[in-house]
Design a protein around this ligand. Structure first.
Ligand SMILES: NC(=O)c1ccc[n+]([C@@H]2O[C@H](COP(=O)([O-])OP(=O)(O)OC[C@H]3O[C@@H](n4cnc5c(N)ncnc54)[C@H](O)[C@@H]3O)[C@@H](O)[C@H]2O)c1
Length: 267
């Protein structure tokens, strides 16, 4: 197993004076993204459906001295999302950055015969429609602020068939790619960049359980397919997200950044 290198970058403040909205901000990756934005000077709006986890996340951001606010909002509710962006604008300014992490397989079954219509609705509504509502509601504020950056979340499961997740998840995460590119085309002229990150398997709590429950042969198949021959640290999803959200990516829009140790390597 190859050792990972510690992050060599000195403290940077790429988001000073900016406000970042992070949906799924109390989740495994989201919470680390919120913390990283805070460490780089951003004000942070934590959006999630889990009240206790939102409170915990906001408390830890406040301890860092970061202006932050939690919002318990279901991203499937378009009018609640509109009100959320207005409240962020009012209380924290911006938003200048939106990261849409709310989503996942959301506890739905993976295997075809077990999938019910409600499972399909849940996964598509949160991953696809929820992402759309958040982007649509945030864009006018970004335009008003003179520009902004959106980072959506696809998945390796939306880039190639993966044994880990089911068909509705794959469908929804492929749709996020189409949405990202179409939106990037529409709002680029207004100074808003839209890119997607497509993580491979990051063993956040929920997924560690899913991985552990897989038959040994499937687990081996997943690990053997990763050229870097290891699972990633959460930081290794966070850093690329912040890169896409930052001015370092100022001429990058409409791309999907595959962060998977080389497991999906299209030419
Ligand atoms: N962890 C991975 O390996 C991996 C791989 C590829 C893609 N992703 C994607 O990254 C994102 C974050 O994944 P994670 O591992 O942090 O998962 P997670 O389950 O820890 O976090 C997701 C968060 O979204 C919140 N959420 C769910 N439904 C919501 C809704 N309707 N409105 C608002 N918030 C809602 C959940 O409460 C949770 O806190 C997901 O979109 C997931 O599909 C993760």
């Amino acid at each position: 197993m190859t050792q990972t290198f510690p992050s060599p970058s000195p403290a940077r403040r790429r988001f000073e004076g900016r406000t970042a909205v992070v949906t799924g901000g109390a989740g495994g990756i989201g919470r680390e993204v919120c913390t990283a934005f805070a460490a780089e000077g951003a004000s942070v709006a934590v959006v999630d459906v889990q009240q206790a986890a939102v409170d915990e996340t906001v408390a830890s951001l406040k301890e860092m001295g970061t202006p932050s606010r939690g919002f318990v909002v279901d991203v499937r509710d378009a009018s609640a999302v509109e009100a959320l962006m207005a409240a962020v604008h009012e209380e924290l300014g911006g938003p200048h950055v939106l990261v849409t992490l709310a989503g996942g397989s959301l506890g739905t079954p993976r295997d075809l015969p077990d999938i019910k219509p409600d499972d399909v609705d849940l996964v598509v509504d949160v991953n696809v429609k929820g992402t759309f509502y958040c982007c649509q509601a945030a864009v006018p504020y970004m335009v008003e602020a003179g520009g902004g950056a959106i980072v959506t979340t696809s998945s390796i499961g939306g880039r190639q068939p993966s044994p880990v997740t089911g068909v509705p998840y794959a469908t929804s995460k492929a749709a996020v790619v189409g949405m990202t590119k179409r939106l990037a085309r529409e709002v680029g002229g207004q100074g808003v960049r839209v890119n997607a990150i497509a993580p491979g398997l990051f063993l956040t709590g929920r997924l560690q359980g899913m991985y552990d429950a897989m038959p040994e042969a499937e687990r081996r198949e997943v690990l053997d397919a990763i050229p870097l021959d290891r699972f990633p640290e959460i930081r290794e999803a966070v850093d690329p997200i912040l890169f896409l959200a930052s001015d370092e990516a100022s001429y990058i829009t409409g791309v999907v950044l595959d962060v998977n140790g080389g497991r999906f390597m299209p030419l």
